[in-house]
Design a protein around this ligand. Structure first.
Ligand code: SF4
Length: 256
């Protein structure tokens, strides 16, 4: 009697494995299998087993190039990142900050000295000018998101290298996916180049012309650091910001 039960157990176990295998084949897209008629006849006389429960798929990360999670998670990943040599010389990582539901996302090149010290994007002189631009648009820094292509300061404020930008880009992509901004303002040619992964012409030619990042309108304009060196270019940036506001159905507030 015990032997018969053991054989039954083995048979049921085998059938269970076959059923699970067929189930997984079906999930992988198989619509038919080749089977020996005699095997099918024998299986037909076997006790009917309940179908195995559907397998639980592990939650999939969204595909944005190798990172995932909430803004906090992304910042935590950035804080521990050693994917490019810039981690060796940074004081603090600068993931970016601002609204979690911004209409506009400003993206610059990389942190400078002040940003590296404070762990915040655009807080130095160029950042203060960016704040003025944002306020002239009738917004506050808390209503937009401000970040950079690379999250660690390049030594001597040099331009980030292509490999450094490529290594860091998944973080920015993940942020954009989370934030879902209506518009992106790319500050300087490096921001355009880093985000779109293209060779760009100079920002003088690019600025003011709408581009697109994964279906999101992108306005290239001058970097505020350039405006500090070349104040007359503020006028062109203001034209670009008016175009950004117009795209959102807004107009800048009247100056008192
Ligand atoms: Fe990582 Fe970006 Fe910093 Fe390089 S710049 S170490 S990729 S967080």
């Amino acid at each position: 009697m015990q032997k018969r039960e053991s054989v039954n157990q083995q048979f049921l176990g085998l059938l269970d494995s076959v059923a699970a295998h067929l189930h997984s084949l079906k999930e992988e897209g198989a619509s038919s299998i080749v089977a020996d008629p005699e095997t099918v006849r024998r299986l037909g006389s076997a006790p009917i087993m309940p179908a195995p429960p559907p397998r639980k798929e592990p939650a999939r990360q969204q595909d944005h190039g190798g990172t995932g999670g909430s803004l906090k998670d992304i910042a935590a990943q950035v804080a521990g990142c050693t994917k490019c040599p810039l981690h060796k010389t940074r004081t603090r990582t600068v993931p970016g900050q601002g609204s979690a539901t911004p209409e506009i996302m400003f993206i610059g090149e990389g942190p400078g000295y002040d940003e590296d010290q404070q762990g915040l994007a655009f807080v130095g002189r160029a950042g203060q000018l960016l704040t003025k631009i944002i306020e002239a648009m009738g917004l506050t820094r808390d209503e937009v998101f401000i970040g950079n292509i690379v999250k660690c300061r390049p030594p001597e404020n040099r331009k980030p290298l292509p490999d450094e930008m490529s290594a860091c880009l998944p973080y920015l992509r993940a942020q954009i996916e989370q934030l879902k901004p209506k518009l992106i303002v790319a500050l300087g040619a490096t921001a355009v180049q880093g985000l779109l992964q293209i060779e760009t012409v100079g920002i003088t030619k690019l600025r003011g012309q709408w581009m697109s990042y994964q279906g999101i309108d992108l306005m290239p304009t001058f970097h505020p650091a350039y405006l500090l060196r070349n104040p007359p270019a503020k006028r062109e940036v203001w034209e670009d910001m008016k175009a950004v506001l117009a795209k959102l159905g807004k107009t800048p507030p009247k100056r008192g």
